[in-house]
Design a binder for this molecule. Structure first.
Ligand SMILES: [Zn+2]
Length: 141
């Protein structure tokens, strides 16, 4: 399954223990996108280098030198935010049984109202579409 899932009823401390740092979120996203490890989007090559571009984990195919960021083509590209914030937003939205207001999300994340609205809008779009998911390529476009 090419998706990121949080256990239902996962407590906030347990969530933070698993996804409280950028490195943990990157690892979670990486295994959700490429469960068997990175593959070049062009020919499925597995040999690659890992680089950092503007702080973002980037994979470069060894034979063809194509670069793919961890978030390329995903909903996480729609705003320049730390993955920890995106993951927390997904957690909060998916755990809120009766829905979460944009204002509440703004307060939880400590972002501006327009940013909270964007995050909510993008995530809801990918979470409610059948078979769509924030991890999927092209999601939220
Ligand atoms: Zn390649």
């Amino acid at each position: 399954m090419n998706r990121l899932q949080f256990q239902p009823g996962l407590s906030l401390p347990a969530f933070l223990e698993q996804f409280g740092t950028e490195t943990q979120c990157e690892a979670g996203l990486e295994s959700a996108r490429w469960p068997e490890g990175f593959r070049c989007p062009h020919h499925g090559e597995v040999d690659h280098y890992v680089l950092r571009k503007r702080g973002r984990k980037t994979f470069q195919c060894q034979p063809c030198r194509t670069q793919t960021t961890l978030i390329a083509g995903s909903v996480f590209q729609s705003a320049h935010l730390a993955l920890t914030l995106w993951f927390l937003a997904i957690y909060l939205i998916s755990q809120a049984k009766t829905g979460l207001s944009t204002l509440a999300l703004k307060r939880y994340l400590g972002v501006s109202y327009p940013m909270a609205w964007l995050i909510q809008h993008k995530l809801m779009q990918t979470m409610t579409e059948r078979d769509a998911h924030p991890m999927r390529r092209g999601a939220g476009r």
